[in-house]
Design a protein around this ligand. Structure first.
Ligand SMILES: Cc1cc2nc3c(=O)[nH]c(=O)nc-3n(C[C@H](O)[C@H](O)[C@H](O)COP(=O)(O)OP(=O)(O)OC[C@H]3O[C@@H](n4cnc5c(N)ncnc54)[C@H](O)[C@@H]3O)c2cc1C
Length: 408
């Protein structure tokens, strides 16, 4: 049975992530928000520390690259009838802590890109070993394709021992700084989503070019690149997972990456919103508004009652995030729960951070505090890896038992 207390075995990992967030990430947060497109050099040392934390932690995975469904988990469960709190749960809990420090800096962390999660999700064991140490961005979105990711037009054509990739990718997080990019391309457009495969393309490949960087509302410390792929030749062994096109597998292959990455994005929203709540509670207390958890909301001042409502909403998001990750650890299908977590946390992240700006008034709106920044940063978490509306659509399809062509 699921137990949503934070497992004791993850406590020290989470504590270490929080210490890094408080002492190393938060202090440079504003500096790199202002210096858009400047590489935060402090992250090199931080990434080395995170590698160390991941290697020593019993559960592994202090960052976004830690998600993997270990085959031994299923065997353990079947043999003993027990449940497991594994790398997915450890990853979402530590990513939330790091985003309490700064979401954009977490997204910029070497070797912890969304592409690393994609590799962890679908690569074979041999590929996982071969790509150890790489920093991978993830490129799905194209000028003509966003939410409708099954319609991507980037092609990969087999030619001898290679695939030749052609297409254009936009809004690639860490697309300039990462040393490889996981590129989604179709082997055969006629065969729909089953023919979409992901390829690891190294940044020094002469067929890959970074065309430009975007200027953004939030997560400004994170670089967002447009990339072109022109006759980009990659060895066949860099197709992640199986090259077979299984039209019967439905939401399979590369798309299964989302089951692992959506809980991570939910974790980012949970961490960013927690930061806003913690600071707001302090600022309210300094203004004489005390949040008393032992009294019902209706007996509080309006500001404190609003705060309690925001916290309750936040708690719902956190529990859904944990549920989705726990299901992945226990090798249970979690597409529904991953989308529920992303939908709830994405909305709560924006609601909470913007409401905290409101509650704190001028202090919330000014750059003297980080509240206005968190309100800007959190918005992307309700957009990338599938927007709020798309998550709701997926949840509706799953609950009603309808296919993507039956409910659009
Ligand atoms: C800062 C940033 C970083 C990003 N990083 C990455 C990255 O690393 N890799 C990557 O591949 N992409 C990335 N993206 C792209 C992101 O995933 C897309 O923006 C997102 O998928 C939405 O696609 P779109 O922008 O084309 O909007 P559209 O798909 O055109 O949607 C526009 C609006 O219509 C709504 N909508 C669309 N379809 C439906 C429907 N069927 N029913 C109801 N409403 C619908 C959407 O919810 C949205 O509100 C990033 C984007 C940003 C802004």
């Amino acid at each position: 049975m699921i137990n949503l207390e934070i497992p004791r075995k993850h406590a020290s990992l989470i504590d270490q992530a929080h210490q890094l967030a408080m002492n190393m990430i938060r202090p440079i947060s504003r500096k790199y928000d202002r210096a858009e497109h400047t590489y935060p050099k402090e992250l090199d040392m931080l990434a080395a520390l995170i590698d160390g934390v991941s290697e020593t932690g019993a559960a592994g995975g202090a960052g976004a690259g830690g998600v993997r469904r270990d085959a031994s988990d299923a065997a353990d469960n079947a043999d003993t009838g027990t449940v497991r709190n594994g790398t997915n749960l450890a990853s979402v809990l530590s990513v939330a802590e790091m985003c309490w420090g700064d979401t954009a800096l977490l997204l910029s962390m070497p070797r912890q890109g969304l592409g690393n999660s994609a590799i962890a999700s679908v690569a074979t064991d041999e590929q996982l070993e071969r790509y150890r140490g790489t920093w991978a961005a993830m490129a799905i979105t194209e000028p003509g394709t966003g939410s409708d990711s099954a319609n991507i037009t980037t092609t990969a054509v087999k030619d001898g021992d290679d695939y030749v990739i052609n297409g254009e990718k936009i809004y690639v997080t860490s697309g300039e700084r990462a040393d490889s990019v996981v590129v989604w391309a179709t082997l055969d457009k006629e065969l729909g989503r089953a023919a979409i495969k992901s390829f690891l393309v190294r940044k020094d490949n002469p067929g890959l070019k970074v065309e430009r960087l975007e200027h953004k509302l939030g997560i400004r410390a994170s670089d967002t690149a447009a990339i072109s792929l022109t006759d980009c030749r990659v060895p066949a062994e860099d197709l992640l997972g199986s090259p077979e096109i299984d039209t019967g597998s439905g939401f399979g292959g590369a798309m299964a990456t989302f089951d692992n990455t959506r809980p991570l994005v939910a974790a980012m929203a949970v961490g960013c919103a927690r930061a806003a709540l913690d600071l707001t509670r302090d600022l309210l207390e300094q203004a004489g508004v005390v949040v008393d958890y032992d009294r019902p909301a209706q007996s509080h001042a309006a500001a404190a009652a609003t705060f309690l409502r925001l916290e309750a909403d936040w708690e719902g998001a956190r529990l859904l995030m944990m549920q989705a990750a726990w299901m992945a650890d226990n090798r249970k299908p979690n597409s529904l729960e991953a989308s529920m977590a992303k939908a709830k946390a994405g909305r709560v992240g924006s609601d909470v951070t913007l409401s905290c700006v409101q509650l704190c008034g001028t202090l919330g709106y000014s750059e003297s505090e980080l509240l206005e920044k968190w309100a800007r940063d959190s918005k992307i978490l309700d957009i990338f890896e599938g927007t709020q509306q798309i998550q709701q659509l997926i949840v509706a399809r799953r609950v009603l038992g309808l296919t993507s062509s039956e409910l659009k």
